[in-house]
Design a protein. Structure first.
Length: 152
């Protein structure tokens, strides 16, 4: 049958689900709040799309709703340990790279990570190299090295 005789609106492609990491879903308290906010927004968008009968918007909202439901269901809140002298999940770490750049990052969950704003995912190569390190330790950072200057 020619597509010329088919109602295009009936052929909305299904969106594939957003990929979900196979890593443990560790989150900070703030990360859990962000997940819950995103989940609530997805619920509202889904309801609005249902009410409007907009199948394309419904597919998009359904995809987001499934993702955030799964992330909320698997969230494992890890409370930052204060007073430790080793880098842990939730730590704020300052490093100095071998090119002289000083950078500070907080190690957080995957959905909370925003490197431009100073947070990196616990599964990132930099965070993995920092975990369990102490002030003065040297780590691999990209193609060079960095020294841990401070841990909060």
């Amino acid at each position: 049958m020619s597509r010329a005789f088919v109602n295009e609106d009936s052929f909305i492609e299904e969106l594939p689900d957003r990929p979900i990491s196979d890593q443990p879903n560790l989150v900070t308290e703030r990360g859990l709040e962000l997940i819950e906010t995103a989940l609530e927004a997805a619920r509202r968008e889904y309801g609005a799309a249902q009410a409007e009968g907009d199948r394309e918007a419904l597919a998009k909202a359904g995809r987001e709703l499934r993702y955030w439901n799964a992330r909320r269901a698997t969230a494992n809140v890890v409370h930052a340990t204060t007073g430790t002298n080793t880098v842990q999940f939730g730590s704020v770490v300052t490093i100095i790279r071998d090119d002289g750049r000083e950078q500070t990052f907080r190690i957080v969950g995957e959905d909370e990570a925003d490197p431009r704003n100073g947070s990196i995912s616990h599964v990132s190569p930099l965070a993995r190299s920092l975990i369990n390190k102490c002030v003065g330790d040297t780590i691999r950072a990209g193609t060079g090295e960095a020294e841990v200057l401070a841990i909060r």
